[in-house]
Design a protein around this ligand. Structure first.
Ligand code: AMP
Ligand code: ZN
Ligand code: FE
Ligand code: FE
Length: 280
């Protein structure tokens, strides 16, 4: 099939399947390649690489770092870094600690809103060491407090909603630096979440490309064909590699399907080679 999915999550962050399972599912779906891109955590990468060899599918080391950005949500993808890099591990561990400090505060806010919830319940449903907001959303759904993920984020968990708690983030520039220092390639994830006009995005990319940004996630389930065309044009203007992925979270995100990268499909293995060469 020659298609690759360059954006997926496992139980190492807020996906519902363990890394080796996600790899196996990707091979089963006929994909030629998969990047595991857990939030702020590369703890699943080595397991995924091993699973790739066993299931005869190319696995690309990945990570998705949440960065500081006032206007919207800024996620920076890193690929082909050295997963044993100590500095990268240490900087990500700091983010994991910030998250661990935030999470009980979200539980407390929900309790203060009169919701019968304990942080222990959330940890149990996560089934991993790293809890994320989708785990809170699942519990709120299970308890019948909200009907779906969207309502959970709209009413409670989204930015500045009733149970929102901020956490430490590196600047985008710091995120670039930590990926690059580990030999990795920097890609901007789902650009629409930055909430910028095309002109504003272009101005920002001008700066970020100078700092070593090498790709942009053009193929994404939430992108319409019109958005894909627009982002392709912008990516081409900057010589950025056009990546894509499903943002698969298993049961922790509605409608995420491994190998479904939106209306124009997933990128091909040629894009993996572009990324590999960009990192070399
Ligand atoms: P966290 O990293 O714990 O702050 O949680 C962020 C994750 O929550 C994102 O990666 C998405 O998977 C999920 N998320 C954020 N906003 C929404 C939303 N409005 N609807 C559904 N899921 C969301
Ligand atoms: Zn997520
Ligand atoms: Fe993201
Ligand atoms: Fe993601």
């Amino acid at each position: 099939m020659n298609r690759v999915d360059l954006h997926s999550h496992s139980t190492v962050s807020d996906g519902s399947f363990p890394p080796e399972e996600v790899v196996k599912m990707a091979a089963g779906a006929g994909l030629s390649g998969l990047a595991l891109t857990d939030h702020d955590n590369i703890g699943g990468v080595e397991t995924a690489l091993r699973a790739g060899k066993m299931n005869d599918i190319l696995v690309i080391p990945g990570v998705e770092i949440s960065a500081e950005f006032d206007r919207g949500t800024c996620h920076i993808l890193g690929y082909f870094f050295d997963p044993t890099d100590e500095t990268l591990r240490k900087k990500l561990a700091y983010l994991q600690q910030a998250r661990a400090e935030r999470n009980p505060k979200i539980a407390k806010k929900l309790q203060d809103l009169g919701i019968d919830i304990t942080y222990e319940e959330v940890q149990a449903i996560a089934g991993s060491e790293q809890v994320g907001r989708p785990h809170f959303a699942r519990i709120l759904m299970n308890k019948g407090i909200v009907k779906d993920f969207n309502e959970a984020f709209e009413r409670f968990l989204g930015k500045d909603k009733a149970a929102y708690v901020d956490k430490f983030r590196y600047s985008p520039e710091e995120a670039f630096e930590m990926i690059q220092a580990a030999g990795g390639v920097v890609v901007l994830a789902h650009p629409y979440t930055l909430n910028l006009s095309d002109d504003e995005l272009t101005d920002l990319l001008e700066k970020w490309v100078a700092l070593g940004l090498q790709g942009m996630e053009v193929f994404y389930p939430d992108h319409t064909e019109e958005m894909i065309e627009r982002y392709s044009r912008i990516a081409n203007a900057f010589g950025l590699i056009k990546t894509g992925g499903s943002d698969f979270h298993g049961n922790n995100k509605e409608g995420s399907v491994l190998g479904d990268c939106g209306p124009r499909g997933c990128p091909t293995t040629a894009v993996v080679e572009q990324l590999r060469q960009a990192g070399a």
